[in-house]
Design a binder for this molecule. Structure first.
Ligand SMILES: Nc1ncnc2c1ncn2[C@@H]1O[C@H](COP(=O)(O)OP(=O)(O)OP(=O)(O)O)[C@@H](O)[C@H]1O
Length: 638
């Protein structure tokens, strides 16, 4: 970690600043103690010999005062450096986590173990970061240890010369040692490994119900299914059944046992606190002449002993958090070792950029695939060949494997068996970045990003993300231009924003006027229909295919017209045919007609296999499944 952040000059400067201030802060208490000890000696001399060296007294008093002032100054200095260093480190690791999360492919990202590792690594959240926490506690530990050691050293020297000093120091320290005894384990983390689990079915169910209600994932079903009252009744029932400790977290359980030990030690500690006072009274009764210096010495010893306890407590806390922080850092750096399941190839693609304009050939050879954690195969021994520049339409029932074919061509997943050839080369040997630049995909479950419409379209070609002319052209081709024209903020309209405005209560009208007057862009979600959002997603696909520098040779469309009205669908196919030129295009579709009639190849799928293939005329003539469904659809219009 130090090597990593050491490359950042401002972090190094701040770290050095923190180290110097921490060192001085840790030495100052011992120095103060030494001056106090000197003051005591002067007082004792004054009592014993009735003489005072005023010059010396003045210097020592000034030194003691200077120590207090210096401590304040260095505390202030540290408080200035700390946030600067904290922000530098947080920025560094925010970029690190972004990079390590962004580079993951679909199966790796969806893997629950990977998700867990990412979450743990990022657990510092936005305000702090695990790396910063660790550095902060390491500095804290350093200050506690140095100040504890140096102060003990000075105290031993100071009390040696005081009447009854060693005895009083020993007695004063005993209760404090007892107090820190129960937490000694945390100084030796070797014995600190523990596991807690529950097999309590009521608890497991109660937690499950809580999640259903809390997560937005299930809200649609909860509302549509009218579930909430039932869930509430069940939750209350389980909660009552579990009794007083139903809501205990694992740390509550740990704290309960620690609290018991502490209460027990309290019985011993309180009487022991009185012991120095009693000894002091007995001793001074014997030697009344030393009362003034003895009182001062008792005060010094008691307050230093109390300070020790708080230092020691601070230290145990620090040791505990340092070991936790160090394991967090290990987790943070382990994220780098997460390997993508879809491995990158080495061959640059295409060898000839100009050739790709005439399309890409795709061949499946006996390909089988099963989704991670799924029981059944989504594709079983699928073979077909699509020539350069051909139009292929994959049709078939729901769940027959159409989308899966497109996902394998886009290398979202790799097949379990068989080979996919792109222009005659095994897809796994090609560089992933190159392959993705040469293909444009529109998935069935297309998403919209919580960004503006312009960004949503522009991201189709990330290298020209901000090129408004291309974005407008892509919007025209995808049919999003009409949608955008009707929105007051046009391309700047946010589809869905993760950052919402905060404002005091005011009527909606005032708010809207105020926003306008302040020139605020729309940051709230806009309500677009499914079809309108699909046009934006389509435009994103077109954006990719517009790039003249790095042309696309293969277009994959999964149900591109599912949410479009018949006119929009017809327009879309017209535009697609025009845009296609010589490129290879593969569609997955439920609708026969517009597309299948123009297809060079139709694959009819059922139950994870290709059952029929050919052109529309060939398949209709053969009178198979395709012909049957074609007739059903055709009859609907007679
Ligand atoms: N991410 C996934 N994890 C597990 N199983 C999946 C996943 N995606 C799809 N499947 C399963 O794989 C099979 C093929 O799905 P696929 O999406 O390829 O079908 P499809 O023909 O495109 O269906 P539709 O016409 O409904 O879009 C189905 O049984 C489906 O349940």
């Amino acid at each position: 970690m130090l090597k990593d952040i050491g490359t950042n000059a401002s972090v190094v400067r701040c770290l050095i600043g923190m180290a110097v201030t921490s060192l001085i802060r840790s030495l100052l208490p011992a120095l103060s103690l030494w001056f106090t000890g000197q003051l005591l000696t002067i007082a004792q001399l004054a009592v014993d010999e009735r003489r005072v060296d005023r010059d010396h007294l003045f210097k020592i008093a000034a030194g003691r005062l200077a120590c207090s002032l210096a401590l304040q100054v260095f505390n202030l200095l540290e408080a200035q450096i700390r946030p600067i260093l904290g922000n530098c480190i947080r920025r560094h690791y925010s970029v690190y986590m972004f990079r390590e999360t962004a580079r993951l492919d679909v199966p790796t990202f969806n893997d629950s173990v990977v998700q867990d590792r990412l979450q743990k690594a990022a657990s510092g959240g936005r305000r702090s970061s695990v790396a910063w926490d660790a550095i902060y506690s390491i500095f804290g530990g350093f200050v506690s240890i140095t100040s504890l050691v140096t102060r003990t050293f000075v105290l031993v020297r100071v009390v040696r010369g005081q009447p009854d000093g060693p005895l009083l120091a020993l007695v004063a320290c005993i209760p404090h040692f007892i107090q820190v005894w129960p937490i000694r384990d945390s100084l030796f983390p070797g014995g600190a490994a523990w596991i807690m689990t529950t097999f309590n079915s009521d608890y497991i169910k109660m937690e499950g119900i809580k999640q259903v209600v809390q997560s937005s994932l299930y809200r649609k079903e909860v509302v549509a299914g009218g579930m909430w009252q039932h869930l509430l009744a069940e939750y209350t029932n389980r909660l009552m059944k579990l009794g007083d400790h139903a809501l205990d977290t694992p740390s509550d359980i740990l704290d309960r046992s620690a609290a018991f030990v502490q209460r027990l030690s309290g019985f011993l500690i309180e009487p022991l606190h009185e012991l120095p006072q009693i000894i002091f009274t007995l001793r001074t009764a014997e030697r009344p002449a030393t009362i003034p210096t003895s009182i001062a010495s008792l005060n010094l010893i008691s307050s230093t002993a109390a300070q020790f306890t708080s230092d020691f407590r601070g230290l145990t806390y620090t040791v505990r958090s340092v070991s936790k922080d160090l394991s967090n850092i290990r987790q943070l750096y382990e994220v780098e070792n997460i390997r993508n399941q879809v491995e990158d190839g080495a061959l640059p693609y295409p060898e000839d950029q100009a050739k790709i304009r005439y399309g890409i050939s795709v061949e499946f050879k006996n390909v089988s695939f099963r989704y991670p954690d799924a029981a059944d195969f989504a594709l079983k021994g699928v073979s077909f060949s699509i020539g350069q520049g051909q139009l292929c339409v994959i049709v078939g029932r729901n769940g027959s494997g159409k989308s899966t074919i497109l996902k394998l061509i886009a290398r979202i997943y790799d097949p379990l068996e068989g080979t996919i050839l792109i222009d005659g080369k095994d897809i796994k040997t090609l560089k992933l970045d190159d392959l993705r630049r040469a293909t444009a995909v529109l998935f069935q479950d297309y998403t919209h990003f919580p960004l503006s419409i312009g960004d949503n379209i522009g991201l189709g070609d990330p290298e020209h993300w901000n090129d408004m002319a291309r974005i407008e052209e892509a919007a025209r081709l995808g049919g999003a231009d009409e949608v955008v024209a009707r929105l007051p903020d046009g391309f700047d309209t946010y589809l869905d924003s993760s950052a919402h405005d905060t404002y005091c209560y005011m009527p909606a009208e005032t708010l809207s006027r105020l926003r306008k007057a302040g020139g605020l862009k729309s940051t709230e979600s806009s309500n677009l229909s499914g079809g309108q959002i699909q046009r934006i997603a389509l435009s994103r696909t077109f954006m990719r295919s517009l790039s003249p520098e790095k042309p696309v040779g293969l277009l994959l469309f999964d149900e591109p017209s599912a949410s479009l009205d018949p006119v929009a669908e017809h327009d879309l196919f017209e535009r697609l045919r025009h845009l296609r030129g010589d490129k290879t295009m593969i569609f997955s579709s439920h609708r026969f007609g517009n597309l299948t009639r123009h297809a060079d190849l139709i694959l009819y799928m059922d139950n994870s296999v290709v059952v029929e293939e050919g052109t529309h005329a060939e398949l209709v003539a053969s009178g198979g499944e395709y012909a049957k469904i074609w007739n059903i659809q055709a009859q609907a219009f007679i």
